[in-house]
Design a protein around this ligand. Structure first.
Ligand code: BV8
Length: 237
């Protein structure tokens, strides 16, 4: 099987967007050091205090709209364009920086910050403005049911069937900018190791707790290690 026909799955986390100015979650000044995850990223937290949760996501949405994709996002878009085998980019991130860098085959397993969902009729639509407890659903008109289209803790991640099918048949798995603390994403590399088929590579600022599960590791800022690794891959095609 030549490099061109190999099937690749890439998993990204908050670390790939860190150099675009978006916060990570568990680094020393990460979001979960400023906010209690259970208050702003669970359905229970939303029903207890929807104003706090809307403020949390409105602020992140504003930050995202002003942010720009970085060289790591651009490198993955370049890889997708040159890759002739199957290609899937699974992101835990709710930002749209992969798409703005030109990536096409992107699955947001934890949802998307620039989309809203109605808790009553399930309508999902693009959303760039602020959202609040009186926001009406553009489809059913009901107020107080609009929420960010993101997957909170305790909720089912999106596209899992498609993701597991791609993992089952992949030859190369890259994990980029994630601490590997959140499941089911954190479990992907162990499942691949058990299947024994894919070559697995961690590309991260530093070794994650699960780094020994990977066959290979490249460490440093994503804007350096990701373009370098992509160039290496493209040279082998
Ligand atoms: C589910 C959306 C059932 C909202 C997010 C006990 C044990 C095991 C599991 C559980 C458990 N108790 C509960 C669970 C399940 C739970 C879970 O895993 N909890 C954890 C905390 C233990 N999971 C769930 O509830 C999930 N649902 O399990 O449903 C199910 C199971 C299987 C199949 C079907 C259904 C739902 C989880 C989704 C939660 N929503 N976000 C929002 O964004 O506000 S999670 C949140 O964490 C983000 O999505 C984020 O992407 C994700 C993971 O974090 P990371 O991306 O890794 O970010 P982090 O800050 O942690 O790390 C950054 C990394 O980047 C670091 O390693 C750092 O070194 C590196 N870095 C920093 N700078 C750079 C860099 N790398 C390169 N360059 C740089 N410049």
């Amino acid at each position: 099987m030549t490099g061109k026909t190999r099937s690749i799955v890439i998993l990204t986390g908050a670390g790939i967007s860190a150099e675009s100015g978006l916060g990570t979650f568990r680094d020393k000044d990460g979001l979960w050091t400023k906010y209690d995850l259970s208050e702003v990223a669970t359905p229970e937290g939303f029903s207890r205090n929807p104003v706090l949760v809307h403020d949390f996501y409105n602020a992140r949405r504003k930050n995202l709209i002003e942010a720009l994709p970085n060289a790591a996002h651009a490198a993955l878009a370049r890889l997708e364009q040159s890759w002739e085998g199957d290609f899937l980019l699974v992101t835990q991130n709710v930002d749209d920086l992969h798409e703005r860098a030109g990536s096409k085959r992107v699955l947001h397993m934890h949802g998307e910050l620039r989309k809203a969902r109605c808790g009553m009729c399930e309508h999902v639509c693009a959303w760039d403005g602020d959202m609040g407890i009186a926001t009406a659903c553009p489809s059913c008109g009901i107020r107080q049911a609009m929420r960010p289209h993101v997957v909170w803790f305790g909720e089912m991640p999106l596209y899992m069937d498609e993701i597991y099918a791609a993992l089952d048949s992949c030859d190369l798995f890259l994990s980029i900018g994630t601490s590997g603390q959140v499941y089911p994403a954190a479990g992907f590399v162990a499942e691949l190791r058990r299947a024994g088929r894919a070559h697995t590579v961690e590309l991260n600022l530093e070794r994650s707790d699960g780094h020994t599960l990977f066959a290979e590791g490249r460490y440093g800022p994503a804007t350096q290690v990701v373009p370098d690794y992509v160039e290496e891959l493209l040279r082998r095609l």
